[in-house]
Design a protein around this ligand. Sequence first.
Ligand SMILES: Cc1ncc(COP(=O)(O)O)c(C=O)c1O
Length: 364
Amino acid sequence: MPRRLDEIATPAVLVDVAVLERNLERMAQAAGAAGVSLRPHAKTHKVLEVGRRQLRAGAVGLTLAKTSEAEVFVGAGFEDIFLAYPIVGADKARRLLALSERAHITVGVDSVEGARTLADVFAAAGRRLDVRLKVDSGLHRVGVLPEQAVGVARAIAELPGLRLRGVFTFAGHAYGETSPEGIAAVGHAEGATLTAVADALRGAGLEIEDVSVGSTPTARHAMPTPGVTECRPGVYCYNDASQVSLGVCALEDCALTALATVVSVPAPDRAVVDAGSKTLSTDPLRPHAEGHGWILGRRARVSRLSEEHGVLAVEPGERFRVGERVRVLPNHACVVSNLHDRVLATSGEDVLEEWRVAARGRVE
Ligand SMILES: Cc1ncc(COP(=O)(O)O)c(C=O)c1O
């Protein structure tokens, strides 16, 4: 190290460090301008070096989804982690208890039954775990509906062993929006819904400090809502073809690409690269599911995937030759991270460092 890209075996995942740093800086500036804390979702990269760069750019801590992911980051010295997921079960609670000796841990809850599984373990140990109530602002995946929030929050706040500190939401339905105005409207509603719930909980006598919104498409629209205190975008650090399609970023803002080799050109309109679903995943493009990735600088898209084959639909006039290398911009950066043991930090044609995807595959 450093090596040149033409010495690297393919397929390989590359992260352009200058683009990454610019993305971190821009989101930090947007959060600063809105007066909210940034707590990036590290599920996108799962890389300690990227998490450290996010903290250096001003993030107050990181967001993760899994207890085992938190174990990796806390083990590496990260001190403030929010698990933005309804954590359930005494087994997880015992692991969180151990983690909370070494770091400030906050977790999501969305039911009294689930919260009780955590509360019992912490109460028996004479400790309290900070929790935030997940609110459904329109995605309809997990979270209490706004009109149920006061009742559920009251019951959770009464459980010994827990301290209800805040509320959070994730407006993932923005990924179905087909215009910048549509995304902005989802973001505004996300902020308005969550701050209204926070006010209702305070009106019921609960102390709600944290009001946490966030997704990459909605971040800039939800953050400025008065009363929002924190934002949790994830993909923004790398970006991907979905963010470009949604109009959230430009092509030159994409830091993560896959380097692939053309292994076959069986027909003028078809070429095959060595990056298949083992490299790119089968996650659809948003908002319209069209193919599995873009070939940068070339008139071709990944039209079909099997495990080791990425089949390119080649436009008339474009030609590929066996052995040449191409850059693939994936549909969704987070799922690509989860498929790889390492990513290569690059500057132009130089490989600067190899970063281990330390928290990949941590599913429990
Ligand atoms: C709860 C939660 N918060 C934040 C994020 C980050 O959003 P994005 O992936 O749009 O950056 C996600 C992503 O899945 C999420 O599930």
